[in-house]
Design a protein around this ligand. Structure first.
Ligand SMILES: [Zn+2]
Ligand SMILES: [Zn+2]
Length: 161
């Protein structure tokens, strides 16, 4: 990825920025990562703590084990980071980045927890874009969208509605 990246949670209460991502983007299939993000796997990419700052708000954290913290927005629940106490880096969730498509995966880990469904994705029915599949619903979501945009904002209410 080019120099500089930013990201944050869905509601916009927590935003972060960094100078350079590490070359370690990965998905982890382990059971603890599944639970931490409530999903089939987690996607993470590291950044040196020296190159990283929270630019709006502060995430909450849950220690899933003695030295491993899992961060999230206390307002909307978006999983934001994995951090090993004592390490010199933090890993942010790839989906919370403003430009997640720009982070090529380098490896997968936690194979003991890898779900069989992962291999089914390319074979299940493809319903296409939401605008085509469920146009009325897509239009409704678009008009009432409270998700923070994929860039920093000067002013953003996190209690909209
Ligand atoms: Zn939030
Ligand atoms: Zn894991």
């Amino acid at each position: 990825m080019a120099d500089g990246f930013s990201g944050g949670c869905q509601c916009g209460a927590v935003r972060y920025r960094g100078a350079r991502l590490l070359d370690d983007a990965h998905v982890c299939h382990c059971r603890m990562c599944q639970k931490a993000v409530g999903n089939m796997f987690v996607g993470l990419v590291g950044v040196a703590l020296a190159n990283f700052t929270w630019t709006r708000g502060e995430p909450a954290a849950f220690y899933s084990s003695a030295k491993v913290a899992r961060g999230f927005c206390r307002n909307c629940g978006t999983p934001l980071f994995y951090r090993d106490d004592g390490g010199d880096s933090i890993s942010v969730t790839i989906g919370s980045l403003d430009e997640p498509a720009k982070v090529p995966l380098v490896f997968e880990s936690g194979i003991e927890g890898r779900l069989a469904q992962i291999d089914q994705i390319d074979h299940v029915e493809n319903r296409g874009a939401l605008e085509d599949d469920v146009p009325d619903w897509a239009a409704e979501v678009k008009s009432g969208n409270r998700q923070h945009p994929d860039h920093d904002t000067d002013d953003w209410r996190t209690d909209q509605g």
